[in-house]
Design a protein around this ligand. Structure first.
Ligand code: ADP
Ligand code: MG
Length: 403
């Protein structure tokens, strides 16, 4: 990484000035670093006179954990920039436009989406997103189909896999999702009040077997170019618009991992409504919206993916084999359920949590919400290989909440 140095605000303004079609020559530019600074710098540059803006994101060569530095290759910025370009080409309305990538400086310059709200925050405020299921299902169908052996040249896909070998970020997923929550580990993080649940995970043989199968799938099935970290903190939303950001975990993996991430985060918020909805009626109403989003995400994804398959699949075997598409979609739903469950559990007992649950101020409500999230997550994992319909996933959440 010769020549690499972390940018300061003056560097960021200097680079921003070169975008003459965004900012006026010699304009007064303002710059603010808005990232949390643990992993990446995010500079927001604005021209107050015109209201125009740009985002400059730069990878740092380390992560801060326990106040210590853990080295992490800045090559992930190249992966993020390349993934954003591919995803933008496949779903232009749903992904920010990239204006520049500089691999040596680990920089991506992109469209400013500050008018949007991070969806996790919006969900905690009980915002309704009527477009979400339609938009995210389009994002998933377009990006997964057209990067898979169904929708692109199988030779080019192999070459593309080479440039998305994401060793270090995949290891984070492998450790944090498919390992640490199921044993004692110093990075695990949970309150004493749910220590019984965490201990039970470690000796639940049925669950451990399913987690091993999911881990195997994550390690071995290079089906499509995944976003790799598609939680509601990587989605910018407004009721009328949806944008997917932050694909630094992108790699070739099992499609159900991305679809499962969306569903897991909707269901984590579902659990957190123990607090964010203050009475039964409003809780029931918002949970209905969330379950409808889960249903719509799968049913619309499935319909769009099947249409792409019917109309655009070039593979001579896959396009004709009777019943193959149905078997493929059944397995994809099962993977979705299993990965969703694994993602819920890690957010409650593992290292990195979600604000939906952790920001609940009342101890009793927080404990109830976390136990509910764990119950849903465990059932999704336990039942994943027998799931035949999205209604079963919805039923798991509904039944768990009714207990
Ligand atoms: P990290 O990978 O470090 O999590 P993100 O890509 O999630 O970084 O960005 C961190 C924060 O920076 C986001 O939560 C959002 O507030 C802001 N941000 C990132 N990209 C944009 C963008 N294109 N437009 C506006 N804000 C952005
Ligand atoms: Mg992020």
């Amino acid at each position: 990484m010769s020549g690499y140095h972390p940018y300061n605000e003056a560097d960021a303004i200097g680079l921003a000035r070169s975008f003459e079609n965004v900012f006026s020559p010699g304009a007064d530019l303002h710059c603010r670093e808005i990232g949390d600074g643990n992993l990446n710098l995010v500079f927001h540059i604005t021209e107050p006179a015109t209201g125009k803006g740009l985002i400059i994101k730069q990878a740092l060569p380390y992560v801060k954990v326990f106040g210590e530095s853990w080295p992490l290759s800045i090559d992930r910025a190249r992966i993020e920039g390349e993934a954003l370009k591919i995803q933008h080409a496949l779903a232009p309305e749903l992904v920010p436009q990239v204006l520049l990538t500089n691999h040596e400086q680990a920089i991506t310059v992109m469209e400013d989406l500050s008018s949007h709200v991070i969806m996790r925050k919006g969900l905690m405020e009980r915002t309704l997103y009527p477009r979400f299921a339609g938009d995210i299902s389009t994002f998933l169908a377009q990006t997964l189909f057209f990067t898979s052996d169904l929708g692109m040249s199988q030779q080019e896909k192999k070459l593309r896999q080479q440039s998305f070998v994401n060793v270090e970020l995949c290891q984070i997923t492998e450790d944090l999702i498919f390992d640490e929550p199921y044993r004692e580990h110093e990075r695990n993080n949970y309150e004493d009040s749910i220590a019984d649940e965490a201990a039970a995970l470690r000796i639940d043989g049925e669950l451990l077997t399913e987690i091993a199968l999911l881990r195997e799938k994550f390690l071995t099935r290079g089906e499509a170019l995944l976003h790799g970290d598609l939680h509601t903190g990587s989605i910018f939303a407004l009721p009328e618009s949806t944008k997917v950001i932050d694909p630094e975990f992108a790699f070739y993996g099992p499609m159900g991992f991305d679809i499962g991430a969306v569903i897991a985060n909707l269901l984590l918020n579902f659990a957190s409504q123990e607090h964010w909805s203050q009475d039964e009626a409003s809780r029931r109403e918002y949970r209905e919206f969330l379950l409808e989003a889960v249903r719509g995400t799968w049913t619309q994804f499935s319909a769009k993916f099947r249409t792409l398959w019917d109309e655009q699949c070039q593979d001579p075997v896959f396009s004709k084999a009777p019943g193959y598409q149905d078997l493929y979609m059944d397995r994809l739903l099962q993977d979705t359920a299993g990965f969703a469950g694994a993602k819920m559990i890690r957010r409650i007992v593992g290292f990195a949590h979600v604000a939906d649950l952790d920001a609940i101020p009342d101890d009793a409500a927080r404990e109830r919400a976390k136990r509910l999230g764990l119950l849903i997550g465990k059932e999704l994992i336990r039942q994943n290989r027998t799931i035949r319909s999205i209604e079963q996933i919805i039923d798991i959440a509904f039944t768990a909440a009714a207990r």
